[in-house]
Every structure is written in structure tokens, then in C-alpha cells.
Ligand binder design. Structure first.
Ligand code: SF4
Length: 444
């Protein structure tokens, strides 16, 4: 007999990592609006979906700090207070936006412009250098579907998808059968370039153990040798010349190669120059065969944040509106740098937890000033907030648009009702904007 209390929703998109797997099946208990079963998701995706169920860590009511403690309040009081803080602030920071829907990201841009504040997303601490490199030298890239169907050489450089994007290998890059790669894993050569012997390296055909922080040297040695330059040293960045020659042969003989790269390139010495060189290597290999490159983006909609910010302001992250028009200067207007210099006097954090991954000194300065957090769960950041807005989680409790790591926009599905009083990030931001406009209007 069919259990009518349970509803199964198919083709659900996982709102966790930049792979945006779109084949999840989610069982909902209709009476309690809780998730009771998930199929096809990896462990981390499953954990995120189950974490939307009621728990002591989930916020369900707006909170405001009173006598040093967060206490429940109404949405109207919280909106009013948030608007007052932001209007009073001379240099507000709006940060996060990578784990929310594009509609909320658009509202974030609007709010930053009204306030004359600084707008930033998590790219400033992950793939910002990739964006700088792409702005410098362009990029030859394609979609995950193309890689699945065509790539016979896959290089993972400075990334560990077995841990960070677990289904990427099975859906797009390593084990999957493609239209021209009918034999799946047997039709592909997989190379991992990483100082660590990661689990991705352990299942690769070749692991190149480059010295830590010497990716730039290795990239340029490969580029020189691709052009036929004979290097004097026997070893470059810990890799023998013979090994480099072997890899170059594989690259040139492949029909369709792709480099997937991660924070091992973007956040090690040379930063965007590493990515710049990797892109140039990709371009140069096209003299011999088809070669492309794609960053492994972490947060499920960080690509959306970069895209929405760019189409609104011209810039992807670290944007300053203090002069009434957008200015872009990573390093000067990046959240961590601003906080380290204690230039920020109020912050609005949307769907992010900077206290867990920013340097300690910058977090101390973040907590010194009024802090507003829009976040479904208790985090180290929200624990120190002055105002917390609980939210409906995008991709689980409300719809929205998200961009996959290869810039493919996908429509997130709503699979269950949010807890009572929980609005989407976009609606909360819109309410704050309306309140600020109202208060500013009153002053004039
Ligand atoms: S690989 Fe990423 S998108 Fe796919 S199920 Fe796992 S966490 Fe979700």
C-alpha cells in the first residue's frame, strides 16, 4: 500500500557544493514537513538537507541582543533595528551571499548601493584569484556536460574532489560514461597534481607530488617544455624533468583535456599568477589538441554571486560603493583586509560564517561593531550577532536560481515548507531595503 503521508520529490538540486547535482530524490513527511529520506546525494549533501529539519541549532524566530543575550523578537522590530544600524553606519560591510539564491544576491547589490557600503562574497577568500586571472588573460572553458562526454584527459590541480565535491567524479569527470567515452574510467587518463597524497590522488593514474607553494614554478616549467625549451635543472618544484616530459606527452596526445583546479592554486604562493599560468598553459596546449580549464567552486552558488554582482556593478567581488558608484580593488576592499584595518563599523552577513574561516584578528574587529546575520543555523558568527534573522533555506524551503561551477544556471526546487516565521533571504533583504528607504524618506 502506498503511504500517503510521504511525498517523494524527484530531480531535486543539491544546494551544497558547486557541482549542483540535479538528480536527488527527497522523501518528505507531509504532516511534519520534515525530510525523512534522501537518495543520490553524497554524504555532505545529505547532511545539509537533513540539517534543515527542526533541531536545537536551527533558528526559527528573529533574535535581538538584549543585556548581552540573544532574545526572541518580532520580524518588524528586527527589521527596524537592522535598518537603523545600517543607516547609522559610515562604512557597512555586506558579506557572504555564496550559499543563497541569485534573487537574494541581487537584493544585496541594491542594499549595498543604497548604503554606500562595501559588498563582498566568499570568492574574496577562495577563487578571487581565479577571477583576477580570468580578467587578465581570459579563459578557455566549457561545461561539465562537455567534459563528461568528451574529455579523455582529466587533470585535478590543487583540489580534492573526493572530499570537497564527492559526486563530481561520478557525474562529470572520472567514472562517468560519456557520449564519446563509453567505457567511463577506462576511457580517461586522470592526473592529480598536489603536494598531498589525497584520496583523489590515490585513485588517479598519475600523481605529481609538486613541492608545496611551487605550483608556479612547475606550471612555467611545463609551459617552457611544451614549447620545446630544454631546462637545465633535473628537478623543478620537486618533479623530475622526465616526469614532466611524460605528462606533456600525455597532454599533447589527448583528444580533449581539461584542468580542474582548486584552492591549492588560488591560495598558495603566487595566487592569481598560478591561475594565470594554468590558463596560459591551457591556451598553449590548444596548438596541439583541445584543452580547457574550469575552477572547482566550493559554495553552491558562489558562481552566481560573482555573476549577479558582475552584471549589476561590472565587478565580481570586493566592491566599494562609498563614492556612490562601484569601485573594485581586491586587497583594499576585500572583507578580510577591511576588517584587519578595522575600517568596518557595522556588518551584514548573509548565508556565511566568516568567524569560522577569517583570520582571528579580523573576527575580533567584526565582533567589535554591530553585527546583523541572516542565517538558518547557529554558527560561530551568529552567536556574536546583535540581530539574527532566521531564514527559509534556498533549494530546500524556497525556490531560486543558482549557477553551477561551469556557469550553468539551474532552478533550485522547494521541497518542503520552512518553519513558521522564516522568510527567504531575498524577502528579508527587501524588507530591510524598504525600511531604509522609509526611514531615509522620513529624515528628508
Ligand atoms: S557533490 Fe556536491 S552538489 Fe553533489 S550531492 Fe554532493 S554536495 Fe551535493
Amino acid at each position: 500500500m502506498v503511504d500517503t503521508k510521504i511525498k517523494t520529490i524527484y530531480d531535486v538540486i543539491c544546494p551544497f557544493c558547486g557541482s549542483l547535482c540535479d538528480d536527488l530524490e527527497v522523501d518528505i513527511d507531509k504532516s511534519t514537513q520534515t525530510i525523512i529520506g534522501i537518495r543520490n546525494a553524497c554524504q555532505i549533501g545529505t547532511a545539509k538537507l537533513f540539517a534543515s529539519n527542526p533541531s536545537e541549532h536551527r533558528y526559527t524566530k528573529p533574535m535581538i541582543k538584549k543585556d548581552g543575550k540573544l532574545t526572541e523578537t518580532t520580524i518588524d522590530i528586527a527589521i527596524n533595528k537592522a535598518a537603523e544600524i545600517l543607516i547609522k553606519s559610515k562604512r557597512p560591510l555586506l558579506y557572504g551571499f555564496s550559499s543563497t539564491e541569485c534573487e537574494a544576491q541581487g537584493k544585496g547589490v541594491e542594499l549595498a548601493e543604497i548604503l554606500g557600503g562595501v559588498l563582498d562574497n566568499t570568492a574574496s577568500v577562495c577563487h578571487g584569484p581565479s577571477l583576477l586571472a580570468e580578467q587578465d588573460v581570459g579563459v578557455s572553458t566549457s561545461t561539465l556536460g562537455e567534459y563528461k562526454n568528451r574529455a579523455d584527459l582529466v587533470i585535478f590541480w590543487g583540489c580534492n574532489p573526493v572530499h570537497a565535491h564527492p559526486r563530481h567524479l561520478g557525474r562529470y569527470s572520472e567514472f562517468v560514461r560519456g557520449y564519446f567515452r563509453k567505457d567511463g574510467r577506462n576511457d580517461r587518463v586522470v592526473i592529480v597534481i598536489d603536494p598531498r597524497n589525497t584520496q583523489t590522488a590515490q585513485i588517479a593514474d598519475i600523481h605529481i607530488q609538486v613541492n608545496p607553494k611551487e605550483d608556479y614554478e612547475l606550471l612555467n616549467a611545463i609551459r617552457a617544455m611544451v614549447r620545446g625549451v630544454e631546462l637545465e635543472d633535473d628537478k623543478i618544484a620537486g618533479v623530475t624533468k622526465e616526469k614532466i616530459k611524460e605528462v606533456i606527452e600525455i597532454m599533447k596526445k589527448s583528444n580533449y583535456g581539461v584542468i580542474f583546479f582548486g584552492m591549492g592554486l588560488t591560495q598558495s604562493s603566487s595566487h592569481h599568477r598560478n591561475v594565470d599560468s594554468a590558463i596560459c598553459l591551457t591556451r598553449e596546449l590548444n596548438d596541439y589538441t583541445k584543452f580547457l580549464i574550469t575552477p572547482m567552486r566550493g559554495h553552491y552558488n558562489v558562481t552566481g554571486a560573482n555573476t549577479v554582482f558582475t552584471w549589476n556593478t561590472g565587478y565580481a567581488y570586493s566592491i566599494d560603493f562609498s563614492r556612490g558608484y562601484p569601485r573594485y580593488n581586491p586587497g583594499e576592499f576585500s572583507s578580510v583586509d577591511l576588517l584587519m584595518r578595522d575600517e568596518i563599523d557595522a556588518s551584514l552577513i548573509v548565508a556565511s560564517d566568516p568567524a569560522s574561516n577569517f583570520p582571528a584578528d579580523s573576527v575580533v574587529n567584526l565582533f567589535k561593531h554591530p553585527l546583523i546575520v541572516i542565517e538558518p543555523h547557529e554558527t560561530p558568527t551568529s552567536a556574536f550577532a546583535d540581530i539574527v534573522f532566521p531564514v527559509a533555506i534556498a533549494g530546500i524551503e524556497c525556490e531560486g536560481t543558482a549557477y553551477r561551477m561551469d556557469h550553468i544556471p539551474l532552478r533550485l526546487r522547494k521541497v518542503k515548507e520552512p518553519p513558521e516565521n522564516c522568510l527567504s533571504d531575498a524577502i528579508i533583504l527587501e524588507k530591510i531595503i524598504n525600511k531604509i528607504n522609509e526611514l531615509k524618506g522620513e529624515k528628508q
